[in-house]
Design a protein around this ligand. Structure first.
Ligand code: 5AD
Ligand code: SF4
Length: 459
């Protein structure tokens, strides 16, 4: 069987795609890059906003047409699969395999079945399952918990992914050891709300460390870089900032979604914190890590958001001075409390606010990227950049970075880079040695140079 998996949505979905792909390979499938040559196409879907749902609908429409031309099995997994909305879409587009986020290990049974196969249970085995490490990659994801115990009024995730279940520290460390042995050097710990690790449905699990202690444990494993996402401000504690600061492998990078700067809106979102409490966390982070890179998520145009509420969000952006933000227009999702109880704002109001917020984000990002010029950053290089002769990677603070290849820095690895130029989205620099001296650059590849050295030119 030739299988192709398409991933939409968040890093959790990327991890789940990897898990399912590993299962498929162990069942004898070949993973193919080209969707046209696949006889099993699986869409790993996202349901958090309307747009990714529309995208899945249109891709399924194409696949239904394709099914009339050749033998093709179509599958759907991920958050949308768990919802009644997704199941209706699946019926309409004749989806053969439907697997909810708690039933990923049923993929084998699904492929054995000759008829339509739907699996929507939340199975405990999933939490103990350790997928094989990614091969030939310096970066890996590691899920430390699934589901979410919060009930933000706009969010469909507690419905699609169920209540929070933390994975055991033994399983986490075992998975990490396998990743380390496979050459992974940066791990991102994943969960809907990592700060609540080890406290499921309000009860602390015996033998489970706090998230801060888990960071310390992972930091002692020998992995060189640790990142994590996402944090909920409600469960953030100063101990996390302290663990980050005192554990060298933990990157000085934190993604702390605020969603809104207005207390009135935060209350209607049921976020369980207010602006003042949020700013206290920011102050704690800055106290322990003055140079921490801060990202956030913001929703604009939540039902009932006034111009004054929105101004408070803009003010908060300036007060924190975020390095960057993921910004979303509120999307009314069937099945959420805000969909049921609140009236959506007009589209023009929401898009106009988003434009103003994007302008603010661009302004701050440009300043923050420019501020890195002249500094030395540790860059994880993934491999060749788009331009020949250059490498691409990212800093501990997640800034995309490009460097020319140099002697001793010819491919993937972790290097020290002196930044000498910045745009609002990219840092450019040179790899330096321990004394800060630039390494000797390799001759850069240009089309002219290639033409000159081609055998045809020599004739
Ligand atoms: N509308 C818009 N944005 C949403 N998010 C979650 N639900 C919605 C929604 N209904 C955003 C939040 C969250 C991120 C993953 O997606 O900002 O942090
Ligand atoms: Fe959704 Fe809130 Fe849970 Fe995040 S914390 S997944 S926004 S319910």
């Amino acid at each position: 069987m030739k299988a192709h998996v398409v991933t939409y949505g968040c890093q959790m979905n990327e991890y789940d795609t990897h898990l399912v792909q590993s299962q498929l390979v162990s069942l004898g499938a070949d993973l193919v890059e080209d969707i046209d040559s696949a006889d099993f196409v699986l869409l790993n879907t996202c349901a958090v906003r309307g747009k990714p749902v529309d995208k899945v609908r249109s891709v399924l429409g194409e696949l239904r047409k394709e099914k009339q031309k050749r033998p093709l099995v179509v599958g759907m997994m991920g958050c949308l699969a768990q919802l009644e909305e997704g199941q209706q879409i699946a019926r309409k587009f004749e989806v053969d395999v439907l697997i909810g986020p708690g039933s990923l290990l049923d993929i084998g049974k699904a492929l054995e079945s000759n008829e339509r196969f739907w699996a929507l249970n939340f199975r405990d085995e999933l939490h103990e399952h350790i997928p094989p490490p990614p091969q030939g990659k310096l970066q890996a994801h590691l899920t430390i918990m699934r589901g979410c115990d919060h009930h933000c009024t706009y969010c469909i995730v507690p419905t699609t992914r169920g209540p929070q279940v933390s994975r055991s520290p033994d399983d986490i460390l075992r998975e990490l050891d396998m990743q380390l042995a496979a050459g992974v050097r940066e791990v991102t710990l994943l969960g809907q709300n990592v700060n609540a690790y080890g406290v499921d449905q309000g009860a602390r699990l015996a033998g489970y460390p706090s998230f801060a202690d888990l960071l310390r444990m992972v930091g002692a494993s020998g992995i060189e870089r640790i990142k994590f996402t996402t944090s909920h401000p409600m469960n953030f504690t100063e101990d996390v900032a302290q663990a980050m600061a005192e554990t060298p492998a933990v990157c000085e990078f934190i993604h702390l979604p605020v969603q809104s700067g207005s207390d009135r809106v935060l209350r209607r979102m049921a976020r369980e914190y207010n602006r003042e409490k949020y700013l206290t966390h920011i102050a704690q982070i800055r106290r322990h890590m003055p140079d921490a890179v801060l990202y956030t998520d913001i929703i604009v145009g939540f039902p009932g958001e006034t111009e004054e509420d929105f101004q408070q969000t803009l003010d908060l952006y300036d007060e924190v001075g975020y390095d960057s933000a993921y910004m979303f227009i509120y999307s009314a999702r069937p099945g959420t409390p805000s969909y049921k109880h609140f009236t959506d704002l007009p589209r023009e109001v929401k898009t106009e606010r988003l434009q103003r917020l994007i302008a603010k984000q661009k302004d701050w990002s440009a300043r923050k990227f420019a501020g890195k010029v002249g500094t030395v950053q540790e860059v994880l290089v993934r491999g060749d950049a788009y331009t020949a002769g250059f490498l691409e990677g990212h800093t501990r603070g997640q800034h995309p970075t490009v460097v020319p290849k140099a002697v001793g820095a010819e491919g993937a690895g972790i290097y020290q880079v002196r930044i000498d130029h910045a745009t609002p989205h990219m840092l450019y620099g040179k790899v330096v040695d321990a004394q800060g001296r630039p390494l000797e650059e390799l001759p850069q590849f240009t089309p002219e140079a290639a033409a000159l050295s081609s055998p045809l030119q020599m004739l």
